[in-house]
Design a binder for this molecule. Structure first.
Ligand SMILES: [Zn+2]
Length: 243
């Protein structure tokens, strides 16, 4: 669903706030609006890290992207789980589109970041224009983006940070088939749309990566790859699929 269809799906009651905010940003810049759960909002560094890592990756992929933060936090009964991430949050965004509730959505991506445990499935969730990701406490522990290379050793904070890019990528139309992986010496490097699935069990890999890569590259095996690394920038294949 494109941006126009998404906004139209809300009917005629669309708040003027959406158009007003877009007009104020760079013409045609993609806007990701971010909400924190009440718990996630307690991590002082979180806003800076989301802006740095997500904003940096989108800027590189799309040339113009704005990450902005909602002024209010979101009260959640649970910080994780399918109901919170995959049902309640999209529902609140949909209600916001017709002027109900507290959430004031934008036309591109509406991202919720919670304090749920990113090691538990589902760690995140996405549908067109709506995304949710757990791991706020871990993302806040990442060093500032300017102190890191774009490819980093696997860690839970790095995986949670990459998950943001993964779910926002889905919300903008990219799939797991737009992910890539490459060998760098002894290391296997996963791009955001593949992420940790690269090292998942055979069964999960079959389920999630069965379509292969639509840009033509095969996923290298991890035979003999002693190190796991995560790329915190979108692969070219995914960048072309965004929007
Ligand atoms: Zn995914």
């Amino acid at each position: 669903m494109n941006r126009r269809a998404f906004l139209a799906s809300a009917g005629v009651a669309l708040s003027l706030g959406v158009a007003g905010r877009r007009a104020a940003s760079t013409p045609d810049a993609l806007v990701v609006r971010v909400w924190f759960s009440e718990s996630a909002a307690t991590h002082d560094a979180l806003e800076d890290r989301v802006e740095g890592y997500l904003g940096g990756a989108l800027d590189e992929a799309l040339d113009a992207a704005t990450v902005e933060f909602a002024p209010s936090t979101v009260a959640l009964p649970h910080e994780g789980g399918k109901a919170s991430l995959g049902r309640d949050w999209p529902m609140r965004v949909a209600e916001g589109l017709v002027g109900l509730g507290e959430v004031d959505p934008v036309g591109d991506v509406n991202l919720l970041v919670t304090d749920g445990d990113p090691r538990r499935q589902p760690a995140g969730y996405a549908r067109p224009h709506v995304a949710a990701a757990t791991g706020g406490a871990y993302i806040a522990r990442m060093p500032p983006v300017e102190e890191r290379p774009t490819v980093v050793p696997y860690s839970v904070p790095a995986a949670a940070t990459q998950l943001l890019l993964h779910e926002v990528g889905h919300a903008l139309g990219a799939t797991h088939a737009h992910g890539t992986a490459r060998r760098e010496g002894d290391a296997l490097v996963a791009s955001p749309m593949v992420g940790s699935y690269l090292w998942a069990s055979e069964r999960v890999r079959e389920e999630q990566l069965a379509d292969g890569n639509v840009c033509g590259g095969a996923y290298p095996s991890d035979d003999g790859a002693s190190e796991r690394r995560l790329d915190l920038r979108y692969a070219d294949c995914a960048a072309r699929a965004l929007r």
